[in-house]
Design a protein. Sequence first.
Length: 695
Amino acid sequence: MKKRSKKPAPRSGKVPASTPRPARKAKSARRPPAAAEVAAPETPSITIVGVGASAGGLEAFTAVLRGLPPDPGIAVVFVQHLAPQHESALVTLLSGQSALRVVQATEGMRVERNCLYVIPPNAQMVITGRDLHIGPRPDDRTQYTPIDAFLSSLARAAGSRAIGVVLSGTASDGALGIREIKAAGGVTIVQDPASAKYDGMPRAAVATGMVDLVLSAEAIGPKLTELAAHAYTRESDFGTGDLPLRDDQLHEVFDLLRPASGVDFRHYKLPTIKRRLFRRMALQRINDVDQYIRLLRGDATEVRSLYRDLLIHVTRFFREPESFEALSREVFPAMMDGRSQDQSVRVWVSGCATGEEAYSLAITLVEYLQKHQLDVRVQIFATDVSETAVEHARAGVYPLSIEGDVGADRLRRFFTRHDGGYRVTKMIRDLCVFARQDLTKDPPFSRLDLILCRNVLIYMDLVLQKKLLSVFHYALNANGFLVLGQAETVGAQATLFALVDKKFRIHRRKAAATLPTMTFPVDYAGAGLPPKRPQGEPAGAEKFLQTEVNRLIMDRFAPPGVIVDNDMLIVQFRGQTGAFLEPAPGEASHNLLKMAREGLLYGLRTALHTARKSRNAVRRNGLQVRAGSGWKPVSLEVIPLAATGRVHYLVLFEDATPGVAPPPRKTTEPPPPRLGRSQRKSQIGFLQRELAASR
């Protein structure tokens, strides 16, 4: 047993075994029963608005009501923090301020259009379909968050017909509920913190990054009426009726998204893509898809907003708590069996979103190691395609409302108070490495003991699911484990994984008779959306003539080069590139960075990165490339090409030897010339940069 070191734990450091063992879990480690035990029925046929408020919220809500017409066509449910020991006067107060019928909610009450329902005192309320359910206020020591409880249930019940509104109040109630509604395809609105009497709740909601509109209380009422009338909230079968979406329109949307995001959405499930695209149209008050595409062409901000909406993947601490108990019971013991102290535990959390699941796993693993007095090094790699989500995860800062999910004991041991919320302790943060990764094109980690990929595959079609399961099989050790979400299965890849626990979707890697094919990026040919056909290509003799002229001009005057796509795969060679590129050893690859001759990699990689980021031509001078036993000066230029609708890059190489043609090659190479001090210093610096690029 090692004593706790006073030095900061390394990022892949050992878990200190001397920390006190975890106490028995408090009841508060689970989310409030009233919000968790209700199954979601079919989506209701009306738009339901959940409004949450605390201190100063009644005044703001009155302003919202004044902006609603007598028949807005929506149902409104008002959840106000109330004194538990006093009767509520909300019905009386609000009846005089609204043309809607105002009632206090009772158990089983059905929600109807043009009615306003208020929560009773000393209660927690959720909705199932169109029925309200009243439960007792939690009697444990968790923070009372009735707004989160109701908005979360509304997200499950109403989906795209849910609208969540957070008004004035202290603390952070409503922030988690807002995230759930956004993930379900609903609309989220928050009172402008500058206009709120108390800005704690509005600021906490805005900080989630899941808020669609920040408005004054007076502007919220008219916006609710406008959203309820949009075709998006009225259509139950997206892609038909008022909002048709053709394949060519989808292609164009994907072409506009890919340069801004680096993500190809063609293998994401189209119903999800369509719902979230129509949702953005509703927020922009647009009913015509072509009009929205024109907006995307001219507004980079809207492209980024659509991209963020398509990648929403909401999680929470210890979501499905029993699944973490199953890991401690069935997976961790097998992982530790026969493991030596110098063998690291390696885990990959794929699709980590804002980090809650990765930190929950780290905490659960630490608790297991401490309970069994094991001193083992832990490395948890957590990745997501959203850079914004990854940055949030790295910071490890979360609102006060996580108290209901984490529990008092874990909050005390693994979190510190930070700026009105909680921050994960450094010991847990140091176990987790967060990085952006696109599963469809970036190589995986390897030699892993466990992969968690929960509720990620559900957003992808069967072709991509099969490909990614092959990736996970490749990445795992011989007896490694794979955990999927409860709505996910290994499907056609059952030969690669054995089911360990059906309820919690725990699988163990099997030795495959034939290893699955591994290719990066994922090959999109022949699946999902039909390929887009290039138009206007020259044919017959005209095409031949154009090709021959291009060849002659290129051979005589143009520098050699290649055209690469956004994934750095060479799609066309131009001229004689042998002095700069060569096939890499091993499996055949047209990846430009793999084919670059010795000396070019550092400058080539940085030039490509800069060109992708700036969308401008980038030139690099002063590079050197290996030529026989010596070095030759080289310049290169990377030029973005967008004429085809998809971004490609022209990479040109130029021999920078001043006015000297390369000498004829001799059968016997002379010894390399001796270098002066300044030349040696330059060469050493160049090699150091090359080494850094390789690392």
